[in-house]
Design a protein around this ligand. Structure first.
Ligand code: IMP
Length: 194
């Protein structure tokens, strides 16, 4: 069966195609001829994930899934959350990290979590779309200063609970075994393989 992943991000594509194996023919936005900017206007991570999957179903009519993710920090009322990619008003990871650290100055509660939501849309036997959501939660602490050079986004300031190193000090394989995205993806793959 063909399944479209609403992304053109090569790294995410690799991760998902490895997890899905040969059971599905994975298509990207590029493969299905979608050059549109997918809407992300709901104000929540779960809502944006659903909105992107619905867009593909409505405009292209094929089984599909989309993901959305972000960092929620307890002491900042779950900010940056859905605004994680452009928290500082830019997409610059260094500036986004700096804004988080500045907002947390003097704050002893450093609890945070990464959240990932996959939304899958498959047709039922009569062709009507059925939606399923799969969520991964990855708890940790925000460090006082960036550590490590690997990864992307907030990885240098995110210390997963129970680990001595930030995500930017881990190998990609190590991170991909425990991350929010890996957890949500595993739930979706288990559902699809059942
Ligand atoms: P998206 O779901 O790929 O659009 O991710 C939204 C934003 O959340 C990214 O631009 C990052 O700032 C942040 N983010 C999501 N997942 C991660 C992660 O695994 N490490 C670091 N930052 C992340």
């Amino acid at each position: 069966m063909e399944l479209c992943f609403a992304t053109n991000n090569e790294h995410k594509l690799d991760e998902v195609s490895t997890a899905l194996g040969n059971a599905f023919i994975l298509r990207t936005l590029h493969d299905i001829g979608c050059t549109d900017e997918l809407p992300e206007t709901t104000g929540t991570i779960a809502g944006n994930s659903r909105q992107k999957a619905r867009y593909i179903w409505q405009h292209f009519g094929i089984p599909c899934f989309a993901d959305d993710s972000g960092l929620e920090i307890d002491a900042l009322n779950n900010e940056p959350g859905v605004d994680s990619a452009h928290y500082s008003g830019t997409r610059d990871h260094g500036k986004n990290i700096q804004k988080v650290l500045t907002n947390l100055l003097g704050q002893s509660n450093r609890n945070a979590q990464f959240v990932s939501v996959f939304t899958l849309i498959m047709p039922d036997p009569s062709g009507e779309p059925v939606e399923h959501q799969f969520t991964g939660i990855f708890p940790g602490q925000i460090t006082n200063a960036p550590r490590g050079t690997d990864g992307f986004g907030y990885d240098p300031v995110f210390l997963p609970n129970g680990y001595p190193r930030t995500l930017a000090e881990m190998s990609m394989a190590e991170k991909n075994a425990i991350s929010h995205r890996a957890q949500a993806l595993k739930k979706m793959v288990d559902f699809l393989s059942a």
